[in-house]
Design a protein around this ligand. Structure first.
Ligand code: ATP
Length: 280
């Protein structure tokens, strides 16, 4: 079963937003996932009894050691795969398949190599039958949002990792999804680019008012970005604890030296270190 809120101090708990049923956008109910259920396979229990309720507009970081089921959970929320038990509701309806209300940003950018930045961003809109002028305008605005103006006609191989990930974020935002799912999106980037993109995704997600679920191994990244950090246990993945982040928005670089930020990152590291070491 999910252990919840063990780390939330009474003073922070008082600051936690009051949640009404209408605010809940994603309701993860006792979800389990077992891989390899054929007789010839050794079953792998990736998730066991995960329950989590996510508010509209909330930024959730899913943090945990390698193999704890973070990507599996994200994939079930996306609709790419089914849960073995339990269910996930979006606005009260079970998620059964991928749809444009939830888009995903992956670590490896997943851009089409034969398309320019502009074409990549327009791709989903074109598939929906949107007129050329309208989709070009949406793409132009998003290109400006992710600071790629001037690179519209570049192909992915002509850009750095950080630029490709900006383009991938713009492409994910193009259909105007309600929910943005991000699976270690900055994992392949160098440390400096990572920090810059963290600040940008914090800005973009609050400006756009999206619900974001952000999978990461990075403790400081998880805390810097989130309204709530959900810490998962080693496999089988369960919700082990949750940390409410009281830092105001917009998040700024100086907050990384805020005493609460520093001590929370250190506490989480102390908690997770033995598991990280075991997983090495
Ligand atoms: N298609 C699959 N078939 C069998 N086992 C799988 C499959 N996908 C994932 N697993 C196993 O399920 C467990 C959870 O994997 P998952 O990728 O969800 O974890 P994760 O927390 O995202 O890991 P990482 O941080 O390393 O990406 C792992 O033990 C993994 O080997």
């Amino acid at each position: 079963m999910a252990a919840t809120a063990a780390r939330i101090s009474p003073s922070l708990r008082a600051q936690a937003p009051q949640t009404t049923p209408d605010d809940i956008q994603i309701d993860i109910r006792n979800v389990g996932k077992v891989y390899g259920t054929k007789a010839s396979d050794d079953p792998v229990v990736a998730l066991d009894g995960v329950s989590l309720r996510i508010r509209r507009g909330e930024f959730i970081s899913l943090l945990g050691p390698s193999g704890c089921g973070k990507s599996t959970l994200l994939g079930i929320i996306a609709g790419f795969q089914a849960a073995s038990s339990g269910q996930i509701l979006q606005d009260g309806r079970p998620i059964a398949r991928p749809d444009a209300s939830r888009t995903v940003v992956f670590q490896d950018y997943a851009l089409f190599g034969w398309m320019t930045v502009q074409q990549n961003i327009e791709f989903g809109l074109k598939a929906k039958g949107m007129a050329k002028a309208e989709r070009a305008e949406i793409a132009r605005a998003l290109i400006a949002t992710v600071h790629l103006t001037g690179f519209e006609d570049k192909y992915p191989h002509q850009m750095s990792g950080g630029m490709k990930q900006r383009a991938a974020i713009a492409r994910a935002l193009a259909p105007d999804p309600d929910i943005l799912l991000m699976d270690e999106p900055f994992g392949a980037l160098d440390a400096q680019t990572r920090v810059l993109l963290q600040e940008e995704i914090a800005r973009i997600s609050s400006e756009a008012g999206k619900t974001v679920i952000f999978v990461t191994h990075g403790i400081d990244e998880a805390v810097f970005l989130a309204d709530r950090v959900v810490v998962m246990s080693p496999r089988p993945g369960r919700v082990r604890e949750e940390v409410l982040v009281p830092l105001p928005r917009p998040r700024t670089a100086e907050m990384r030296s805020d005493p609460w930020f520093v001590s929370t990152v250190n506490d989480l590291w102390e908690t997770l270190k033995p598991e990280w070491q075991k997983g090495e």
